[in-house]
Write a protein that binds this ligand. Structure first.
Ligand SMILES: *[C@@H]1O[C@H](CO)[C@@H](O)[C@H](O)[C@H]1NC(C)=O
Ligand SMILES: *[C@@H]1O[C@H](CO)[C@@H](O)[C@H](O)[C@H]1NC(C)=O
Ligand SMILES: *[C@@H]1O[C@H](CO)[C@@H](O)[C@H](O)[C@H]1NC(C)=O
Ligand SMILES: *[C@@H]1O[C@H](CO)[C@@H](O)[C@H](O)[C@H]1NC(C)=O
Length: 139
């Protein structure tokens, strides 16, 4: 067995204890809105229904969970903005890969909901269409 293995276990235990995720990775996802109206987001996974949430202009809705890192953790959302609607995955294996940073502890994924569509980025940085990843327009 690799001699660093016990340290990895210890490290995972410390992360587990501080973030409530046992041998899994703690994640937080933030949905920020830049829509100059209230929008409604309904976020679900196979196990959880986070319900309908109204997100005001410049507001955010966020939630946390543990990912087993086995590509099976999935959250998706339904979004309403007046008569516009869209549905999309907010966390899946590609997004987990895109948002994962080589750091200890909690990982984050940020969504910007904008009039032209939905963008994602691993950091809460100022929006720029050059580095935020465009995922989908409104339907
Ligand atoms: C969530 O909000 C949408 C849009 O306002 C509405 O159509 C839907 O019925 C709501 N769902 C629930 C469970 O309240
Ligand atoms: C995350 O959402 C909670 C309410 O659910 C809010 O109190 C908190 O400020 C939000 N976090 C951030 C960083 O905006
Ligand atoms: C997750 O998916 C990626 C590519 O889609 C694959 O390379 C990787 O081995 C998968 N990991 C697990 C634990 O299944
Ligand atoms: C994003 O960063 C801004 C500026 O630092 C801060 O005001 C805001 O609370 C942050 N939002 C989230 C969801 O982390």
């Amino acid at each position: 067995m690799h001699k660093f293995f016990p340290f990895l276990i210890l490290f995972s235990l410390i992360v587990s204890i501080t973030h409530g995720c046992f041998l899994t990775v703690p994640w937080s996802v933030y949905v920020l809105s830049n829509i100059p109206d209230d929008i409604v987001a309904h976020i679900k996974s196979g196990d959880d229904d986070l319900g309908n949430h109204t997100i005001p202009f410049k507001g955010n809705y966020n939630w946390s969970f543990c990912s087993r890192g086995d590509n099976r953790t999935l959250f998706y959302g339904y979004f309403w903005w007046g008569s516009k609607f869209q549905s999309l995955d907010l966390f899946n294996k590609e997004l987990e890969k895109f948002c994962s940073l080589n750091k200890a502890g909690r990982q984050d994924c940020y969504w910007w909901v904008r009039p032209d569509g939905f963008y994602v980025f691993p950091f809460n940085n100022t929006f720029s269409e050059f580095y935020w990843k465009f995922i989908k327009p409104w339907g």
